[in-house]
Design a protein around this ligand. Structure first.
Ligand SMILES: [Zn+2]
Length: 241
């Protein structure tokens, strides 16, 4: 997690301080290494960090979360005796779950049951071979209507995310470009399907997030990675291409 309570306030991790988890109340340590995103981790193995409700923070998570601003990300949701930390709850009360790693159908169901109807998934799909098809291809099951609406496109991917077949909430794919791809209902987990394409600008605006913050930090991070890989001279040369 990116925030913990320190001196009564939600605080980003930094070296030398011990925080308190706002969900379970246990002590959390800052992890401020050079490679991973700075985050808090429980001193002892905790329910909060079970894989059903938690995945390791990546830069992708971090910049997505922060772009919604304080008070919107890592929000604790209570339901009866149960409480969990949602990745984002927008001002309109929409839960956004950000998913980078693979996830089982059971965990998908568990989270959807808990967060209810007013929820969407955003998947980091940049690592998958997701291809938008410019031309309609003949893969039709003629008993179904696969005709395209105005902003829709066919897609295929080489390794479909089968564990997502039973997903019941809207799934948006972030493939790392300037668009967001909403997979048409019933088409997650199959080799081919249809996506509705939205601009990232409109998506961020609609859900009250700051796209400029996201893009700036994302690009800076890429630059840092490139610097490590190629060194500054090579990077300057690449920029001129
Ligand atoms: Zn905790």
């Amino acid at each position: 997690m990116l925030n913990a309570i320190y001196k009564g306030e939600l605080t980003h991790p930094r070296r030398g301080i011990i925080g308190t988890c706002d969900l379970c109340g246990e002590d959390v340590k800052p992890r401020c290494g050079k490679i991973n995103v700075h985050h808090w981790t429980h001193k002892n193995l905790s329910k909060c960090e079970s894989s059903d409700w938690h995945e390791p923070e990546t830069p992708w998570h971090k910049y997505w979360k922060y772009s919604f601003g304080d008070g919107k990300y890592e929000q604790i949701i209570n339901k009866g005796d149960e409480k969990h930390r949602a990745d984002v709850r927008t001002t309109k009360g929409v839960i956004i779950e950000l998913q980078h790693s693979s996830i089982s159908p059971e965990v998908i169901k568990l989270r959807e049951d808990f967060y209810g109807e007013k929820m969407i998934w955003v998947i980091d799909a940049s690592k998958y071979t997701f291809v938008r098809l410019e031309v309609n291809t003949f893969w039709y099951d003629w008993s179904k209507d696969y005709s395209l609406k105005k902003n829709e496109q066919h897609f295929r991917w080489d390794y479909p995310l089968r564990s997502w077949r039973e997903v019941r909430r809207p799934v948006f794919l972030d493939i790392g470009d300037e668009k967001m791809y909403l997979v048409r209902k019933g088409m997650m987990g199959y080799n081919r399907g249809i996506v509705a394409v939205y601009s990232k600008h409109n998506f961020f605006k609609h859900y009250g997030a700051d796209l400029k913050y996201y893009m700036t930090n994302w690009e800076l991070m890429y630059e840092k990675v490139a610097k490590c890989l190629y060194g500054p001279k090579m990077l300057d040369a690449l920029k001129k291409i």
